[in-house]
Design a protein around this ligand. Structure first.
Ligand code: BES
Ligand code: MN
Ligand code: MN
Length: 458
């Protein structure tokens, strides 16, 4: 522990400077206009891995953005940890709501503000620096492989193909990911599950062209009104989802499991104040912790129709559209949920409109084991670095590749995230506490140490 702290103290500023360089790349995977920047980011990550001491570093081409791979095999007989992360980020829009530009990182109040500060550049970079630390101090206790991808925020489709094709290269005993949140530095926690995702787009078409709303209004159904009604009907009075069969496969938690999860510290007033809402909303009969971690949900992520420019235009639009996603829990399946949605949405469409439903990406939910050697190593590492035993929680977000690691490679994952739910992921003014960044770099070598030791003792 002493040499870990010393190494971090001696290299503090450089670690931060390098992260800032990484954060300056606008590596937005969703928008083709950033293509050159996304590719330069991959090259930067590869260079940093090499500098830190990784071997066989390669920027692996895919049909989309490349995957950066690197490894350090110190002894084939020792266990291998596969570190996964992503160098792509979400679009920074709406730009006008950022206090400082998204790709010009700054520190304010001890927090790094930039797109990707927490999700996931700030977090995967902790692993690169922890690796450097272990190499430089001669304390790397096991083999390590890095796989940092550039398409997580758009569904990881090409990573799925890469994982299927590169089983030998990716062979490992456990996957370690820092791309989730903890409760706080005072209440360290480890996520033990992620929700799945079904994402789709709907288009409701009324008349075959936009109409004058005075000439035709009142005689022709307005698709914006119809879409709003259809969407509103997807939740009932208890805020349960009305799609028939939606809850059929949901794994209900036992009373003991629910109790355990609800032990986590949660301050409803602070939660509301932080979000600027006067009241919370959600499925009746469940707490906020359960609603976000253990229950499936349906959200409208975007909705548009008609005239949305300056001033007024009296138009009866031809079309109305929405992007809708559903978060899934074990044992729901994203493909099946898509079909259930489609059947239901087509059925509730009134005769005045036509409905088109297009799938986007999806991903399966996962629960990660809490009785494994790797999880125990993570618990011990967090406890030593933070002075407190971590609380197990369930994450509300999705990392679709985690279920594929299990399916394709047969490897379980440990989610050791150091972000906070309030870090504004995917939102303006994304941030990451400088303290969490350094704590992460301190915790990661301890994970490797305890993992190697516990595996050896096993
Ligand atoms: N890192 C997040 C997922 C996350 C955030 C998990 C917070 C747990 C807590 C990841 O980058 C992400 O945003 N995933 C997307 C899904 C993807 C298919 C676009 C998500 O959850 O919306
Ligand atoms: Mn992420
Ligand atoms: Mn994300």
């Amino acid at each position: 522990m002493q040499n870990i702290k010393q190494y971090i103290a001696d290299n503090k500023q450089r670690f931060l400077d390098e992260l800032f360089e990484l954060l300056k790349f606008p590596s937005v995977s969703a928008d083709p206009k950033y293509k050159a920047d996304v590719l330069s980011t991959a090259a930067y990550v590869a260079a940093k891995l090499t500098e830190a001491g990784a071997e066989h570093v390669e920027v692996c081409a895919t049909a989309g953005y490349p995957i950066v791979f690197g490894e350090k095999i110190i002894d084939p007989a020792l266990p291998t940890v596969l570190v996964y992360g992503h160098y792509d980020v979400q679009p920074p829009d709406p730009l006008e709501l950022w206090e400082t530009p998204p790709f010009e990182p700054v520190i304010r109040d001890g927090k790094i503000f930039a797109r990707g500060a927490c999700d996931d550049k700030g977090q995967f970079y902790m692993h690169v620096k922890a690796f450097e630390l272990m190499i430089e101090t001669g304390t790397l206790p096991c083999n390590i492989k890095f796989m940092i991808e550039g398409e997580e925020e758009v569904g990881s489709n090409n990573l799925g193909i890469f994982v299927g094709a590169e089983k030998e290269r990716l062979k490992a005993d456990v996957v370690l990911i820092s791309d989730t949140a903890m409760i706080s530095l005072e209440h360290p926690s480890l996520e033990t599950g992620l929700r799945g995702l079904t994402y789709l787009e709907v288009e409701v078409t009324g008349p075959d062209r936009d109409l004058h709303s005075g000439v035709y209004g009142g005689a022709v159904a307005n698709p914006a009104t119809i879409l709003a009604k259809m969407i509103a009907s997807l939740h009932d009075d208890q805020n349960r989802i009305t799609i028939p069969g939606f809850y059929d496969d949901v794994d209900d938690l036992s009373a003991a499991e629910r109790d355990a999860l609800n032990q986590a510290p949660y301050d409803e007033d602070a939660y509301k104040a932080d979000l600027g809402v006067n009241a919370l909303w959600g499925e009746e009969g469940y707490t906020t912790i359960e609603r976000t971690g253990t229950r499936p949900t349906l959200e409208v992520n975007g909705i548009w129709s008609g005239y949305i420019g300056e001033g007024a235009k009296t138009v009866l639009p031809s079309k109305a559209n929405a992007k809708i996603s559903m978060r899934l829990v074990p044992h729901q399946q994203s493909g099946k949920i898509f079909e259930l949605f489609k059947t239901h949405f087509e059925k509730i469409a009134p005769p005045y409109v036509k409905v088109k439903i297009t799938p986007h990406h999806g991903g399966e939910p996962v629960v990660t084991p809490t009785d494994s050697i790797a999880f125990r190593a993570a618990e011990k590492a967090v406890e030593e670095a933070f002075g407190k035993k971590p609380i197990p929680t369930r994450g509300g977000g999705s990392i679709p590749i985690v279920s594929l690691f299990e399916q394709e490679l047969g490897i379980k994952t440990v989610l050791m995230g150091f972000g906070l739910d309030s870090d504004n992921l995917h939102s303006p003014n994304e941030k990451f506490d400088v303290a969490n960044f350094y704590k992460g770099i301190e915790t990661i070598p301890l994970f490797h140490k305890y993992y190697a030791a516990l595996m050896k003792a096993n």
